[in-house]
Structures are given as structure tokens and as C-alpha cells.
Design a protein around this ligand. Sequence first.
Ligand SMILES: [Fe+2]
Length: 321
Amino acid sequence: MRKRIRLHQVRVGMFIEELEGPAHQLPRRSGRFLVSSTKDLDRMLKSHAMSVIIDTRKGLDVDRDTQRSNVFDTTRFETHLATKFTVAEIALARKTIEETRPHIRQVLSSARMEGVFKLDAATQAVEQLMVETTTNPGALIGVAKLKRADEETFIHCLAVSALMITFGRTLGLEDGPVRHLGLGGLVHDLGKMTLPVALLRKAGQLSPPEFAVIRTHPERGYQLLANTAEIPAPVLDICLYHHEKFDGSGYPRGLAGEQIPYPARIASICDVYDALTSVRPYKPALSQAEATDVMLRSRNHFDPDLLRRFVSEVIISGAIC
Ligand SMILES: [Fe+2]
């Protein structure tokens, strides 16, 4: 049986049918072979493959425990990063995350404890991300995946902000609008800081009333930001409309198509991509290829032109990993 798996799930003894990724970045020996040694395995980990098709009739299957595990394979992902970026690039990405941490934490804790938005702290974090993503967006977004479980909120803010800056630049936007995207990405879920922690951390299925409470977070965030002077309109739009869907089935307003502000359509793609590729208490992380599959299959959710450009120019181009 053919099965698509993540690159880090490949083991010696598996039969490879196909490596998936940008054709020009795949090794010459990119299909139909048995992984017979750790040398083969290393060569594959160093490739630019995004995912792998195996045939379980001709070789080993993915270990069931591994397949179902919610544990992110940090060591293998670190190896993967080390094959894509230099030691200096990874060190710089780690430094940026450490330097933005106190600012982002201040934004989150002020919203939770005092119900206020600290624009200065958010702006400082975005400026650092703007600089770092000029040369090193893939390393930053990759290193962010190595987060600890208790850093989920902080890292999601940082990762969505960095993704939006990167995507905005890819779209050819000027620095001003890109900066708004970065700030919007950082604060898009700020309304969640006003919700009960137990509800946010609940691992099981949410009941309909609980889900209804969660769905109030865009408007809660918008109110919190709107009370602060000098918040640019695109940032407010991102906060309020990042859960709208292109076919009109989203919330809170049920806007459709181009009724949804452009920055919010960008935010929707980056937010879902980061959520799919991150470990959550209720699900494992998907690979880039799996996340791309899921997003292309739910294309009514997203602006189709923006989704096409995100997949081709941010993911397949190798800008991030
Ligand atoms: Fe959200």
C-alpha cells in the first residue's frame, strides 16, 4: 500500500516509491529504492524533499506508536534544520526568539492581567522580526517549531507574525504594509488572553457552548486593540476577521470573498498553516506537504490566488521549512 509520510518518519527498511518536493532540489536517486542503510537515511534527511511516498508491501510501515504520537521529534527536526541552515543562521534565529520573548510576553500578560494592549512592546518585537526575516525567515520559523509545550501561545504569535512578514514581502508589499501584517500576526489572537485559561488548555473535544465562547476571541481582541490609540486599520482587520472564510462560512461576520479585508485573508492562511504544522494537545504536527494538502483541499476557506502564491512562493520555493 502506498502511504505518504513525513521525511523525519523514514526508517531503514522502508521502500521509497517517491520523494516529493521541488523537482530541481531533489537528489538524482529520488524514487523507488529500499532504504538499506543509515547512509541512505542521512542522504534523504539532507534532501529538500517535503514528504515521502512509501510502499508498505515492499518495506517497513511507519511504527504505529510513532504515527500516533503527539510528540514532536525534536532531534530529527534539529538535524533537518542543520542540513538547511548554517550554524550561524540557526544561532541568530535563536537569539531573535530570545530577544523578542520579553516583549511578546509583556503584550500577552498585559492583555490577560490588565486588559490593555502594550503597543510599544509589540512594535519592538515586530521590528526585530522585520530585521531577522530579511535574510533568515526559514531558520526563524523552523527554530520556532522547537518550542517547549508551555510556550505555545508566545511562539504561535511570533511564528504567525514572521510568516506574515515573509508572505507580505513575497507579495511585493512595501515595508509599511508588511509592518502592519507583522503586527497583526503578533496580536491576531490577543482576544484569547481574555478567555479562561482552563478553556484554552482543554485537551479534549470542546462542547458547543465552549466553542461559542472561543469564537468570541476575534471581537474581544478587536475591542482590546480599539481602545488603544494609533492602531492601524489593517491590524484591527486582521484581529477581527482572521477566522472569516472565503466562501462566507467563517466568523464573526460571515464575510465572503473580497468583503474580507486583504490583510485578514493573508492572516487566515498563515494562521492555519502554523496551526497545522505545530503540535497541539489534541493533535500531532503535520509536515509541510500534509499541511499543504489539507489547505488545498479546503480551498473554499482561503483566497485561492493568495493560497496558490503562498504554496508556490513561500512553501515550495523553500523559503521556510
Ligand atoms: Fe484566532
